[in-house]
Design a protein around this ligand. Structure first.
Ligand code: PLP
Length: 399
């Protein structure tokens, strides 16, 4: 019988029992509005305050620097558009980002370009890492914001965040990082790392979908996201989603308290998987082998089509994702795979396997056993693989 292996934790994670239990009282028992003065409201307010303190502690921030939002995308939009509009008042209109950010950042930057801002998209090279010297060279008198993701969602590579933070602080430029994939996976300290704004999202760390947060360093003043009531210190009006926020904070607290042991477990699983998969003929690991999230491994297989691979894995009980065509509703492979220099033909054969707290070494063994025969079957049906075999085309330089 097929084993069920959920290997798409970079897309979303299951809500943990601990998180769900922390949330439940705030639906039926403590359902008061945190702005109400009577006891039920004040209990909800106390939960909110505690959640803010727990979320802040996980990042090395102060509670009054945490703003709860509805998702990572909202946090990214608020930080980047907010910073852009604030810096414009000081006469600065240049933003620096990287070519392989999540669309929550890229499309936000593109929207700002239409408003007249200029944006530099730094290359991320074959290893999927921004070079600090290239960032430095891109900064001008006009630069007001640098936004570089902490860890890439498709290939898992970690960016040199402390060095970027230091450089930006020295130059007096605000530094935002989309840390949606990184929070709870790698140790983050916003003060030590000189981060001015940081976006995160609950559903990547075993909290529910539809809740996130933005850290804004005290002293960084950006416009309100939602004008309304006094919630989130007046910067994001709207009655707080108390249960979801409690869930987010519980997940962050649990993840941050166990980062080291979970990293070791995930890294051991990842190492075993990568070593085994790289034995497959004409296959590559995407992104740097060392500077990566412990639970994310992305591969490309020559002569294989990503969607077919996903469907065949699904038939075997394995949920994974691919950075190619149809999943994104477009015929082009993902911008991330193209940004690391892969040709379309190679990028089309991509597979991302990402792991979380509920995966085990047995899941890895099952993938290692199941994947190679699937690759073989798909290649047997592939005209591209025939052409590769006959030496008519050659992508070995990318392997
Ligand atoms: N940024 C990154 C790096 C992500 O991986 C994601 C989600 O896939 C987001 C932003 C968006 O987060 P959300 O789904 O909470 O809007």
């Amino acid at each position: 019988m097929n084993r069920i292996v959920y290997a798409d934790n970079a897309a979303t994670t299951a809500v943990s029992t601990q998180v769900l239990e922390a949330m439940l009282p705030y639906y039926k028992e403590v359902y008061g509005n945190p702005s109400s003065l009577y006891a039920a409201g004040q209990k909800a307010k106390a939960a909110l305050d505690q959640a803010r303190a727990d979320a802040a502690a996980c990042l090395g921030a102060d509670p009054d620097e945490i703003y709860f939002t509805s998702c990572g995308t909202e946090s990214d939009n608020w930080a980047i558009k907010g910073a852009a509009h604030a810096m414009k008042k000081k006469g600065k209109t240049h933003i620096v980002t990287s070519a392989f950010e999540h669309h929550a950042v890229l499309h936000t930057c593109q929207a700002l370009e239409k408003e007249g801002f200029t944006v530099t998209y730094l290359p991320v090279h074959e290893n999927g890492i921004v070079r600090v010297e290239e960032l430095e060279a891109a900064l001008t008198e006009d630069t007001g914001l640098v936004t570089i993701m902490y860890a890439n969602n498709e290939i898992g590579t970690l960016q040199p965040i402390p060095q970027i933070g230091k450089l930006c602080r020295e130059k007096g430029i605000w530094f935002h990082t989309d840390a949606v994939q990184a929070v709870g996976q790698v140790p983050i300290d916003v003060r030590e790392q000189n981060i001015d704004m940081l976006s995160l999202s609950g559903h990547k760390l075993h909290a529910p979908k539809g809740v996130g947060a933005l850290y804004i360093r005290r002293g960084v003043r950006i416009p309100n996201l939602l004008d309304g009531g006094a919630q989130e210190r007046g910067k994001r009006g709207g009655t707080e989603n108390v249960a979801q926020i409690v869930g987010l904070a519980a997940a962050m607290k649990a993840a941050c308290a166990t980062i080291q042991e979970r990293r070791e477990k995930l890294a051991a699983m990842q190492d075993k998987l990568i070593d085994a998969i790289l034995q497959i003929d004409r296959c590559r690991l995407n992104g740097d082998r060392k500077e990566r999230l412990p639970g994310n491994a992305s591969f490309c297989f020559q002569g294989v089509e990503g969607e077919s691979l996903l469907l065949m894995l699904d038939l075997k009980g394995i949920s994974a994702s691919s950075g190619s065509a149809c999943t994104s509703g477009s015929l082009d492979p993902s911008h991330v795979l193209l940004s690391i220099g892969l040709p379309h033909e190679v990028a089309h054969g991509s597979l991302r396997l990402s792991f979380g707290d509920y995966n085990t070494m047995e899941d890895i063994d099952y993938i290692i056993e199941t994947l190679p025969p699937i690759i073989e079957r798909l290649r047997a049906m592939s005209p591209l693989w025939d052409a590769i075999q006959q030496g008519k085309v050659n992508y070995d330089a990318y392997m």
